[in-house]
Design a protein around this ligand. Structure first.
Ligand code: BGP
Length: 455
């Protein structure tokens, strides 16, 4: 069997600024909401993270050795514009990083906003306020002007759907559905505005959204459960992509929002902005599918990959066919193929996978990390991605989470994802030294062969 990956396939890996950089208040960086949020007991804050800000040269050297063709990272808004004015030291850091990547033939893939709103904007009302739309557009314009001739792939907002639906968990918002979906609407308008702005500039790259997309299975063949899946998918997935691609709200999602009294106010000007800001490609993060039934009441665990219910519409249930990670997230590689196909059939735009991976309690023993579970997880997902490519889906690249260990969104450093181990714990910084895990060598071979070894 021959390999199905195109010659220029972007084998990459991902991180985000607040989870990896540290240096939270250095070189004039302002605080973001992630730096000041309350963190769960037994985990760690993001102040040092895995110290990439000071060690990016060493890290890029390792990325080069790994063979990465692309590195997806986010830029910290509060480093670049700590108080609304451009911070030259912030710009300099990303300028150095981007140049170093290019010098090493690694494509910089940049997300402009990944959960880390500057505190001064949050204090003025954050995304609830329309003014934040312009503040975001101004910030993005600064990035486009500085890096628009260097960066081939941009993403606007990471997991906007997770911010809207599980904001309290990831520390971005803790409001009513009505407030959340008004904020969400402002984000959608902001995204369309910067997409338009980007298209009007003379930049080399492409721009797209980066939601977390997961196909939704119906819990049974009961018609009610099928309708529940239709509505969950509309609210969690298609609302975000329909606006980004078609410039319009998804009709099912809109109906649901109206029914629960959470439909946002949309002005005529908003409608025009949304219509004028279609994306060039779709980036998305995939961890697992969701399974839903029609609504019944029950206590539910909520995080960005578990679910929630909307009375009268749907409720997430456990899928007994899927194994779980040690952190309780289902593992569904076939669901990845299904999700890739579903997105592509709806929108017919090229896809970039900006996150996929397994969080685990890795152990460093004698300088080694034997993370066979990570190799198995990634191998199964790459196999299914290859099948999706055979199905006819256009996939630009694959950037698993994460390039290097970093702090989990809400479960500390104990939940690791990287190909490179960073020597620290939640309690102690230790020496922050880098070690190549077994998965590092395995992924290096995948990249070198442009796909999996065929057995
Ligand atoms: C996504 C986020 C990432 C990352 C990842 C893993 O939702 O975009 O920032 O955190 O999930 O999640 P966690 O760290 O909670 O395991």
């Amino acid at each position: 069997m021959t390999n199905k990956f195109p010659k220029d396939f972007l084998w990459g890996a991902s991180t985000s600024a607040y989870q990896v950089e540290g240096a939270w208040n250095e070189d004039n960086k302002g605080p973001s909401v992630q730096d000041v949020k309350e963190i769960p007991a037994g985990t760690t804050d993001f102040k040092v993270a895995t110290d990439h800000y000071h060690r990016y040269e060493e890290d890029v050297k390792l990325f080069k050795e790994l063979g990465l063709k692309a590195y997806r990272f986010s830029i910290s808004w509060s480093r670049v514009m700590p108080d609304g004015v451009v911070n030259p030291e912030g710009i300099q850091f990303y300028k150095n990083l981007i140049q170093l990547l290019l010098d090493n033939q690694i494509q910089p893939v940049v997300t402009v906003f990944h959960f880390d709103l500057p505190v001064y904007i949050a204090e003025q009302g954050g995304w609830e306020k329309r003014e934040t739309i312009q503040a975001f557009a101004d910030y993005c314009q600064v990035l486009f002007e500085h890096f628009g001739q260097k960066v081939p792939l941009w993403q606007t907002i990471n997991e906007q759907n997770v911010m809207a639906l599980a904001g309290s968990i990831i520390g971005t918002s803790n409001k009513t559905m009505k407030e959340k979906f008004q904020e969400n609407h402002h984000m959608l308008v902001a995204q369309a505005l910067v997409t338009k702005q980007f298209h009007e500039g003379n930049y080399i790259g492409k721009i797209g959204p980066a939601p977390n997309i997961a196909s939704v299975y119906a819990a049974s063949d009961k018609p009610d459960d099928q309708i529940a899946a239709l509505y969950m998918s509309a609210l969690r997935n298609w609302l975000f992509l329909d606006v980004a691609v078609f410039g319009k709200y998804n009709h099912n999602a809109w109906h649901l929002l109206e029914k629960i009294g959470a439909a946002p106010q949309v002005t005529e000007e908003d409608r025009q902005t949304l219509a004028a800001g279609s994306c060039d490609y779709i980036a998305f993060n995939y961890y697992n599918t969701m399974t839903v039934s029609s609504y019944f009441e029950k206590d539910q665990r909520i995080d960005q990959q578990s679910g929630f219910g909307i009375p009268g519409f749907f409720q997430t249930v456990e899928n007994k066919h899927l194994p779980m990670t040690e952190f309780g997230w289902p593992i569904d590689p076939e669901g990845f193929r299904f999700t890739l196909n579903e997105i592509y059939s709806r929108y017919r735009l090229p896809l970039l996978v900006t996150e996929n991976g397994i969080g685990a309690k890795d152990q460093l023993i004698d300088g080694k990390v034997h993370d066979q579970y990570r190799i198995d997880y990634l191998e199964q997902h790459i196999q299914q991605m290859e099948r999706a490519i055979e199905d006819g889906v256009e996939v630009l690249g694959y950037c698993p989470w994460s390039a290097i260990d970093l702090i989990s969104t809400h479960e500390g450093i104990a939940k690791r994802y990287g190909f490179i181990y960073v020597n620290r714990t939640d309690d102690e910084l230790l020496d922050l030294a880098r070690y190549k895990k077994d998965s590092f060598y395995w992924y290096q071979n995948v990249i070198e062969k442009n796909g999996l070894d065929k057995r």
